[in-house]
Ligand binder design. Structure first.
Ligand SMILES: Cc1ncc(C[n+]2csc(CCOP(=O)(O)OP(=O)(O)O)c2C)c(N)n1
Length: 264
């Protein structure tokens, strides 16, 4: 059994012993296993938020996850959910099939920025155009993490990566792609927002957005997507705290946090 931390509260039982009320539990929707994520990587934080939301909504038994290729490739080992593994970028297509065949299931994809905004751009755009009633958790760490920190479509102007050693030059390599802003203009999209996990306050806001994204699907309103700015200390060549500062100081100005479309 995973550990449950408990603190006594003032209430007393009839025999005078204190009532213990759990205030922090390991989510049922996560498996109690070690992950392979690097120290300071915020994929784990985001996993936890998604799992807590699924638990709180009481939908674990009818939720299907489509896992990506990339650093989160083993997400199906970490979530205690029915899961499928999609080929790189194809998660929205797989989620489309699952949701159409099993419309009472809650279907979500978990995708990195190389996966969703480059290799699978076609898939997310057309899933949005079709108004698929799926939820997309889009983790933007501004690089292709798993393969060694190459430039992604979300890399910042001037950002040094293993494939842009002189820094990304927008005149040559283009500008970062702003996915939720783009999708917000499509009628099939009901919820498109951007959040971050660089501080406790932002983590709490991110959890609320993830919850609203799943609620959007429960209400049958259309595609819901939460882009989450996430750290990659290893490939950014930073310590974990410095990577969180990088999100706040460098990523947020390029990828503003906010709601781009909220229906419902
Ligand atoms: C069609 C295809 N192209 C490229 C790859 C190689 N590949 C595997 S993971 C990956 C990078 C993934 O980056 P991202 O989606 O940003 O996720 P992260 O690892 O940063 O979390 C790449 C390019 C692949 N497996 N399949």
């Amino acid at each position: 059994m995973p550990p449950v931390l408990e603190r006594p509260i003032e209430n007393q039982t009839n025999n005078g012993s204190p009532v213990l009320e759990p205030v922090y539990c390991f989510p049922d929707s996560l498996r109690d296993v070690h992950t392979h994520y690097c120290p300071g990587c915020t994929h784990g934080t985001i996993h936890r938020l998604v799992a807590e939301v699924i638990d709180e909504l009481g939908i674990r038994e009818r939720t299907l996850m489509v896992a990506p290729v990339g650093c989160a490739v083993f997400a199906y080992e970490y979530f205690n959910l029915d899961s499928c593994e999609a080929a790189h970028g194809r998660a929205p297509a797989m989620a489309t099939g699952l949701k159409r065949v099993l419309p009472d299931q809650i279907v979500f994809t978990y995708q990195g920025d190389g996966d969703l905004a480059s290799i699978g751009t076609n898939e997310i755009i057309h899933a949005a155009a079709r108004g698929e009633k799926i939820t997309v958790i889009f983790v933007n760490n501004a690089v292709y993490g798993m393969t060694g920190g190459q430039m992604a479509p979300t890399s910042l102007p001037g950002q040094v990566t293993s494939s842009s050693p002189a820094g990304r030059n927008p005149a040559i390599q283009g500008h970062p792609i702003h996915i939720p802003e783009m999708l917000a203009g499509m009628p099939g999209v009901a919820y498109a927002v951007r959040r971050s996990v660089h501080s406790v306050a932002e983590i709490r806001k991110t959890k609320k957005a993830i919850r609203q994204a799943f609620q959007t699907q429960l209400d049958g309103l259309g595609l819901s997507i939460v882009e989450i700015l996430s750290s990659c200390p290893t490939n950014w060549r930073m310590d974990p705290a410095g990577a969180l500062d990088f999100i706040r100081d460098q990523m947020v100005p390029v990828f503003p946090l906010g709601d781009f479309k909220v229906i419902g």
